[in-house]
Write a protein that binds this ligand. Structure first.
Ligand code: CTP
Length: 400
């Protein structure tokens, strides 16, 4: 099988160096990549780097290799064009159909999906000119990833950071596998909790669990791809922020509850993928608990944590809000799942069987999604994204 052909357009911003990592991920996962930098991008990363990492020639102008008509061929033959970083200038050129170098020519000749990963200062991103250009590009079917919030060049922080290369790669992989997603969650606000809560015993110790957060992140990523505004409540995950998602870090179950109640107030759907500790130590030692020679340790007394899923299911913040829970079971998976669905009062419950290679920390998952309406949707063993897509299919059906 031919390798998928990807054009990596690089425009002139300091984040150009991060595109090297995106390029490496694309080539290592079996894509044929042609890098098309703008002339100003070469001020940041030189042609030799792009050429060595891609294994292909690199040109910026339509005048190179004229006999091969590169300004037409590169775009025509591509399966995907991704521009990372996309500067304000590049978005403006693309929106207005300018074609004064090889990359802008390529954008006009491409008939494949096009992904822009913008990076610029907050003021430039928020300027009505840029926002209108982004809206134009989106209306025409391009995917423009929302920039991340965080450290910008120099001392500035704000919205405008290039999303993590690993996350831009995930967007590209999804588009190549499934095409440009239907924006069936556009205009919706969804809240996803991910990871595992940690309940502190003292300043250095906690009770925790093995949840990696990967399933919750896959849910957040896929909802953003389907057009939703996504709030991701991340409990101790250490994963890179998914592109275009608002990430709120939380620690304990009590903190997660507060964050869920706040975010759920205007949410169309809440998906509780986080592993929430059912119990927390009753007492917190402000100083480190020390061992004492010849003495047994003090027993740890536990108290119940609030059940967030049951609470938000019983008191919906909005009429019609869809609430989804997760359950990991080892025995009588379906019967236990049904009973839990009823007990919690949610609309959907994703039931995982805990076993080797499944669930904790792995890239794959297998589950059955139980509906309060009696429905049962099996999701075969596969990437966590597949399960995430099924969950959003079921949520979207209930919202419409
Ligand atoms: N959950 C929650 N608040 C808690 C505990 C769990 O919101 N205090 C949510 C989780 O996010 C998940 C679902 O409830 O969506 C899991 O339910 P839970 O009863 O914790 O599952 P198990 O731990 O598997 O339950 P049990 O011990 O009853 O098997």
């Amino acid at each position: 099988m031919d390798k998928p052909k990807v054009v990596l357009g690089v425009s002139g911003g300091i984040a150009a160096y991060k595109a090297c990592e995106l390029l490496r991920r694309l080539t290592e996962s079996g894509h044929e990549v042609r890098v098309v930098p703008t002339a100003s991008a070469l001020h940041f990363v030189g042609a030799a780097t792009w050429s060595a990492l891609s294994g292909n020639p690199v040109s910026t102008e339509v005048w190179d290799d004229v006999h091969e008509v590169p300004h037409v061929r590169i775009g025509q033959h591509a399966d995907l064009v991704v521009v990372a970083p996309a500067t304000a200038d590049m978005l403006a050129k693309a929106a207005h159909g300018l074609a004064d170098d090889l990359l802008t020519n390529t954008l006009l000749t491409a008939r494949c999906p096009v992904v822009f990963a913008p990076a610029m200062h907050t003021e430039m991103w928020e300027h009505p000119a840029t926002q209108e250009n982004v809206a134009t590009l989106r209306r025409r079917g391009a995917i423009v990833i929302e920039p991340a919030v965080g450290r910008l060049t120099g001392v500035d922080t704000g919205k405008g950071r290039l999303p993590e290369p690993s996350e831009i790669f995930e967007v590209c992989r999804r588009v190549l596998a499934r095409g440009v997603p239907e924006p069936d969650l556009a205009g919706r606000h969804v809240v996803v909790s991910a990871g595992g809560t940690r309940e502190p015993l003292d300043p250095v110790r906690f009770l925790g669990n093995r949840s990696s957060g990967k399933q919750g992140y896959a849910l957040a990523r896929t909802a953003a791809a389907r057009g939703a505004r996504v709030t991701l409540l991340a409990a101790n995950t250490g994963l890179p922020d998914p592109a275009g998602v608002d990430v709120v870090p939380v620690g304990t179950a009590v903190q997660l509850r507060e964050a869920v109640l706040k975010a759920a107030a205007d949410a169309d759907a809440v998906v509780m993928a986080a592993a929430v500790a059912d119990f927390r130590p009753r007492d917190y030692a402000t100083g480190k608990i020390k061992k004492k020679d010849g003495q047994d340790p003090e027993p740890v007394v536990l108290v119940r944590n609030p059940d967030i899923l049951a609470e938000i299911s019983a008191e919906r913040a909005r009429p019609g809000q869809v609430v989804v829970g997760f359950a990991a079971e080892t025995d009588d998976v379906l019967a236990n799942g049904r009973a839990k669905l009823e007990r919690k009062g949610c609309d959907l419950l994703v039931v995982n069987e805990v076993g080797e290679r499944k669930t904790f920390g792995s890239e794959e998952n297998e589950a059955v999604v139980l509906g309060a309406d009696g429905s049962e949707t099996p999701v075969p063993y596969g990437p966590k994204e597949f399960l995430a897509e099924t969950v959003w299919d079921l949520v979207a059906a209930r919202l419409s």
